[in-house]
Write a protein that binds this ligand. Structure first.
Ligand code: NAD
Length: 369
């Protein structure tokens, strides 16, 4: 494996390998881009089969964060960290404090957050060593649980999709199938029923279904039957990879708009397939950006009101994505990447202009002395 070749291929700025002998910490921090601001992204703890697998994952995830922050209009770059280890047996304060010291050593170029295998408690441990951490408990001045903001962003995103397909954004009488009523799915249901939508919900955990049904009027569907529901909208809020060769032919939906990450099994192929089937797809990282918006606010001083307001911008962003997609006849996933890349390029040009001006002023001073 040639690490520098990989780094160059995906355009990363910096990759840091972190090892702490006393705790056994093995972590990789990848900073993909700081053009728009400090690189923010979660720290994932996972039982990787190999160091190579961990490196591939952190490079892929950190690049995705650059796009997510850029398209959400945040002044943040993209970064991510992975810790090689089993979160069930190796998660402890000493290890995460060691990780926190590495984060601190980067002086704010990378800001960490929760991800798979880490939670609010872990962020609190990291916070003992560095202030470059988000998602800390509200009691410590943090933003707490991001799910309500994520769900709100998905709700306004669904309205944008409905406007695009039906000409108005009313959800009254719209049939919506929701896969997964955990945190995001459950909060989403609460918004949708208020607007008069008819809900079909599923989850593999009966207690989650029971809780959701106690809060909202909805019809329960067996987990595997959710793809066949004769509904207008499908909102995946559970797993990744659920839009694939097997499920697409089953869909009767006009819209797919949900909070889950990595919904397309194959980004290039399945985005195109949805377009060919006449299904409007809200790119996952655009519609579920509420969580990032929420922790991003923490960097500037947290206010839930501001975070919710910013999440409302997901509506306009999606409308722009649909416009580009229609105009250029390209899938929505490709259209949103265009928006992100344009924003990064503009920021890069501004930075270059400012560097050129500084250089010119230094040269003037040098030559006149
Ligand atoms: P969660 O674990 O609280 O909820 C997920 C739910 O999906 C659980 O109730 C689980 O039982 C259910 N589920 C799992 N497999 C299923 C299946 N095959 N069929 C039906 N239900 C199934 O997680 P969450 O925080 O609500 O996040 C949901 C999704 O949204 C994830 O993909 C997550 O990465 C993404 N996301 C979450 C946030 C956030 O703020 N929490 C932000 C951005 C993206």
């Amino acid at each position: 494996m040639n690490v520098f070749e990989l780094v160059q291929k995906h355009g990363h700025e910096q990759v840091v390998f972190c090892y702490d002998d006393s705790t056994g910490l093995k972590a990789i921090i990848a900073i993909h881009s700081t053009i728009l601001g400090p690189a923010l992204g979660g720290v994932r703890m996972w039982k990787y089969e190999s160091e190579e697998e961990a490196l591939f994952d952190v490079l892929r995830l950190s690049k995705a964060m650059t796009y997510k922050a850029a398209v959400a209009g945040l002044n943040l770059g993209g970064g991510k960290a992975v810790i090689i280890g089993d979160p069930r047996t190796q998660r402890n304060e000493a290890l995460f404090r060691a990780f926190g010291r590495f984060v601190q050593s980067l002086g704010g170029r990378y800001i960490t957050a929760e991800d798979v295998g880490t939670d609010e408690k872990v962020m609190e441990w990291i916070y003992s060593e560095t202030k470059f951490v988000t998602g800390i408990p509200e009691s410590l001045g943090g933003s707490g649980n991001p799910a309500p903001v994520t769900a709100y962003g998905v709700y306004v995103g669904i309205k944008a999709c409905v406007k695009e397909v039906y000409g108005n954004e009313s959800l009254e009488g719209k049939k919506i199938a929701i896969q997964g009523v955990g945190q995001v799915g459950r909060f989403l249901c609460q918004h949708l029923v208020k607007d008069g939508a008819k809900l079909y919900i599923t989850d593999i955990v009966p207690e989650k279904v029971k809780l959701c049904l106690s809060e909202c009027k909805a019809e329960y569907v067996e987990p595997d039957k959710i793809y066949d529901v004769d509904a207008d909208i499908f909102a995946p809020c559970a797993l990744g990879g659920i839009i694939n060769d097997e499920t697409i032919p089953r869909f009767k939906f006009k819209i797919i708009a949900g909070g889950a990450n990595n919904q397309l099994l194959d980004e290039d192929k399945h985005d195109k397939m949805l377009m060919e089937h006449g299904i409007l797809y809200a790119p996952d990282y655009v519609i579920n950006a509420g969580g990032l918006i929420n922790v991003g606010r923490e960097v500037e001083g947290y206010s839930k009101e501001h975070a919710m307001k910013k999440a409302e911008g997901i509506y306009d962003t999606l409308m722009r994505v649909f416009e580009i997609s229609k105009k250029e006849k390209i899938p929505t996933h490709v259209a949103s990447a265009r928006i992100a890349e344009e924003r990064i390029m503009n920021a890069f040009k501004i930075r270059k202009i400012s560097l050129d001006l500084t250089k010119a002023s230094l040269e003037r001073r040098y030559h006149s002395s």
